[in-house]
Design a protein. Structure first.
Ligand SMILES: [Zn+2]
Length: 160
């Protein structure tokens, strides 16, 4: 633990001087804060929880704003949101296959996500007949590849 005030240093009564001192010691204060958080995890968590509770509305508005911004700027993200909304509209959600074994590798100890057999980018529909449970690893590795292409890539890269 480091001491905030070095010996010989007295806290300033003058606010301007105190502000200067804070600026001069910014790095030290940061380190002090980090150390405090490490040794006072419980207190930190409690205060974070309290902050979140007290600022619930503000935080939610900020998150919405950020998502909206990303939606207009990030085309990939826009696609994901639209796809999610479309699925939700049909009564499906991202957890609809949870607990089911992965369609591709058969693993059932990984959370199953919803995957499009024929990728949407290749005209695959959001119909249930085109949706399969897939573990995150397979889903991420398959990406926008068709099944045939993906199997070829997978064979080249690893055995499964
Ligand atoms: Zn899998």
């Amino acid at each position: 633990m480091i001491n905030l005030v070095r010996s010989g240093e007295t806290p300033y009564k003058d606010l301007n001087k105190h502000a200067e001192w804070l600026l001069r010691n910014r790095e030290r204060l940061k380190e002090y804060r980090r150390n405090w958080e490490i040794t006072n995890k419980d207190k930190r968590d409690a205060s974070k929880r309290a902050y979140r509770k007290a600022n619930h509305e503000k935080l939610r508005t900020r998150a919405t704003e950020r998502a909206r911004e990303r939606y207009t700027e990030d085309e990939e993200y826009r696609k994901v949101v639209l796809q999610r909304n479309q699925l939700r509209h049909r009564g499906y959600d991202s957890k609809m296959f949870e607990g089911q074994p992965c369609f591709y590798c058969g693993s059932d100890n990984r959370k199953a996500t919803v995957d499009h057999l024929v990728p949407q980018s290749q005209g695959g529909s959001n119909d249930i007949s085109n949706l399969v449970p897939s573990c995150r690893q397979c889903n991420a590795s398959k990406g926008a590849n068709s099944l045939e292409v993906w199997y070829q890539i997978k064979e080249l890269v690893c055995e499964f």
